[in-house]
Design a binder for this molecule. Structure first.
Ligand SMILES: C[S@@+](CC[C@H](N)C(=O)[O-])C[C@H]1O[C@@H](n2cnc3c(N)ncnc32)[C@H](O)[C@@H]1O
Length: 192
């Protein structure tokens, strides 16, 4: 099931909201990371810079064939060969990827499903022990030009609580501001 309020404006407008390379650096994606799992690649805004940074494969999932084609075109244009596309509903069916396959998981602008802790559990399952989860989301502010309806939009404190329930702990200083409209956090799998 497509996550509520997860539609996007045209690509140029969407791209204008982000500084992807800085965001990925800030949220601890490094060249030491091997495989990455991206839940909902959209236009590939973060897929291409992530694939440039890592030594392994970026598994880019989306349930919309047009989003996959769009990201595929950007990946091809960039001359990258380390992105594997998976057209799949990860809410209904999970990622289908092996346990512990990833050093890094991206949940970017997607953590507002009906059962967020289930999605975080799936992210946790895909990460190796000590792997990192990067999350970004729209500020909890009704004046942002896009973003999920306020009744579904999570506050950062809620995300932290859900992530803790799913077996993550915060990395570094915690919350980071990603102007103009986003915040982010990096978390590590907690050894239980
Ligand atoms: C708001 S966009 C964010 C895209 C990207 N993460 C970014 O921040 O640029 C959400 C994307 O997730 C996809 N999506 C929503 N629900 C999904 C589901 N259940 N399974 C797979 N993809 C999904 C949508 O098709 C869309 O491309």
């Amino acid at each position: 099931m497509k996550i509520r309020d997860s539609g996007m404006p045209v690509e140029e407008v969407w791209a204008s909201f982000f500084n992807p390379k800085t965001t990925l650096h800030t949220l601890e994606l490094t060249s030491a990371c091997h495989n990455v799992v991206e839940f909902g690649c959209g236009y590939g805004t973060f897929t291409v810079p992530a694939a440039r940074m890592v030594s392994g494969t970026v598994y880019a999932l989306d349930l919309e064939p047009e989003m996959i084609s769009c990201t595929q075109a950007c990946v091809d244009e960039a001359g990258l060969t380390n992105v594997q596309f998976i057209e799949r509903d990860f809410i209904a069916d999970g990622t289908g990827l092996a346990d512990g396959i990833a050093d890094y998981v991206m949940l970017f602008n997607i953590l507002h499903p009906e059962r967020p802790v289930d999605l975080l559990h799936e992210a946790r399952r895909n990460l190796r022990e000590g792997g990192v989860l990067g999350i970004i989301h729209w500020n909890y502010d009704a004046t942002t030009p896009r973003g999920p309806d306020m009744q579904f939009r999570p506050r950062p404190e809620q995300i932290s609580q859900w992530a803790e329930q799913a077996g993550f702990e915060r990395l570094g200083d915690g919350l980071v501001d990603l102007p103009p409209y986003h915040y982010g956090m990096a978390l590590r799998t907690r050894a239980d």
